[in-house]
Design a protein around this ligand. Structure first.
Ligand code: FMN
Length: 179
């Protein structure tokens, strides 16, 4: 099973990428095939056409396209910008066709107190529109800068249980759907 974690922040000084880095390490420990797609590394133009098959993906984005098309499940990691999820994340996903029967985990983060919950709520709607199957256990992360260091190491043990539950519920569903 191939899992792609998409870090949705385009900001070079991203804080939410810490959550993505942590989940990457954690899923590697669970011995699953997992990769990080970090949107800071991809300057994708605004959507013009949907790349409906891998053949239609322009050569400069072919590697990215291969990752999306080959994925069995995704974890979307997003900040909250003015009450919404990352437009860079939306722009990426809009280039690809519906991800029918693929499982999506949602993880949001902010340095504020509310964990980017509004962003998560919008992502739930987006996953449905994208024909994805939502893992209902969200990872909502307030004060992300005080929970993870720059390498994605957890610095606040009280958050461990939330991560464990998120990961185990996501993997359970992703494996069931894959089988
Ligand atoms: C343009 C902008 C709008 C923001 N709006 C919100 C918001 O609505 N709610 C919130 O909790 N945090 C908000 N923040 C704070 C971000 O969640 C915080 O800066 C976080 O670090 C952004 O993630 P990133 O560093 O990975 O890009 C906003 C930040 C920016 C730059």
């Amino acid at each position: 099973m191939k899992i792609k974690i998409i870090s949705g922040s385009p900001r070079q000084r991203s804080l939410t990428v810490r959550v993505a880095k942590h989940l990457l390490k954690r899923l590697k420990e669970e011995k699953v095939d997992v990769e990080l797609i970090d949107l800071r590394e991809h300057q994708i133009p605004f959507v013009e056409t949907v790349w409906s098959t891998l053949d239609k993906v322009p050569s400069e984005f072919k590697e990215l396209g291969e990752k999306i098309f080959s994925a069995d499940a995704f974890i979307l990691v997003s900040p909250e910008y003015n009450g919404g999820y990352s437009p860079a994340l939306k722009n990426l996903l809009d280039h690809f066709p519906k991800q029918s029967r693929k499982v999506f985990g949602i993880a949001t983060a902010t340095d504020g107190a509310l964990g980017a919950m509004r962003s998560a709520q919008q992502l739930i709607q987006m996953v449905a529109a994208f024909f994805g199957i939502l893992s209902p256990q969200l990872l909502i992360t307030p004060h992300v800068d005080k929970k993870f260091d720059e390498e994605g190491n957890l610095t606040d043990d009280s958050f461990q249980k939330a991560i464990d539950t998120f990961v185990s519920e996501f993997l359970w569903l992703a494996k069931k759907i894959k089988d």
